[in-house]
Design a protein around this ligand. Structure first.
Ligand SMILES: [Zn+2]
Length: 270
């Protein structure tokens, strides 16, 4: 069984170790030591050199009790700022940060959960498949550590990343790619009562463009939406300007690009 008290104590110790992005050396050393205490060897890559960090990604491979397919577990070691001198304390059901720092539960909670799972497996002799673990650096600000992972070292075709909000048990399977569109439709102002034919209404042009767009649920992987449609002016002036802010999302990069092009094309045509 998972030892909750041990897990909490480890968490309190881990968040006290400063590890803002690019300063993951100390937390990495502690993780390596804790894995070593479980008789587990680790491998450290050289991602830090490329990312100007003093830390590196840490890998740990645990043979399975059967030779089924391996599973990857991963969490990141770095935190956002201000994350120096964190003083955690327990307030009822919560662990909070005293002072003016973040707590660093993102993602020490993930790191500690993986470590506790490994400790539990080790002491209980439960059967398990082969396990691969990656603790990454430089996640905040672009998932840069994970991008430098030596994937040739990994055999798993499936993995679990412990790094998200939500209630326990909630799993995020895929994160969609997203594009944001900022557009200005420029018309031509004219007096709407005296010479409306001299003007070009930006509102009418923008409305026409949007009515041509495939929006909301585009297909089972793709969505699109207009979030802002802004134009302000007196009723007696043909509107010279509309600002539009829109987005498209898709789990497929190809579809995302296609949808974005489609929206831009509709605007250009009008
Ligand atoms: Zn995170």
């Amino acid at each position: 069984m998972v030892n909750k008290e041990r897990m909490l104590n480890t968490f309190m110790e881990y968040v006290r170790i400063d590890s803002e992005t690019k300063n993951e050396k100390a937390i990495g050393e502690r993780i390596i030591k804790d894995l070593k205490d479980l008789c587990l060897e680790t491998y450290t890559d050289r991602a830090g050199e490329k990312l100007s960090s003093n830390g590196n990604n840490i890998y740990c491979f645990i043979p399975g009790t059967s030779d089924s397919k391996s599973m990857l577990f991963s969490a990141h070691m770095d935190t956002v700022v201000p994350g120096v001198g964190i003083e955690p304390y327990i307030d009822g059901e919560y662990v909070k940060s005293r002072g003016n720092t973040i707590l660093g539960g993102d993602d020490k909670a993930g790191v500690v959960a993986i470590l506790e799972a490994v400790r539990t497996l080790k002491e209980s002799n439960l059967p398990h498949r082969p396990i691969e673990i990656v603790f990454s650096i430089c996640e905040e600000g672009g998932i840069n550590g994970a991008k430098e992972v030596e994937f040739s070292k990994l055999k798993s075709t499936a993995g679990v990343i412990l790094d998200s909000g939500g209630s326990p048990g909630e799993i995020i399977v895929e994160a969609p790619g997203q594009t944001k569109l900022f557009a200005k439709v420029i018309g031509k102002a004219a007096h709407a009562g005296a010479h409306p034919e001299k003007g070009v209404s930006a509102i009418m042009v923008a409305a026409e463009a949007i009515s041509e767009m495939k929006l909301l649920r585009v297909d089972n992987e793709t969505t699109a939406n207009i979030g802002t449609f802004k134009s302000e002016g007196p009723t007696n002036i043909v509107s010279p300007l509309v600002e539009i802010i829109a987005e498209a999302r898709s789990r497929s990069t190809e579809k995302l690009n296609k949808q974005t092009e489609h929206m831009v094309e509709c605007l250009k045509k009008s």
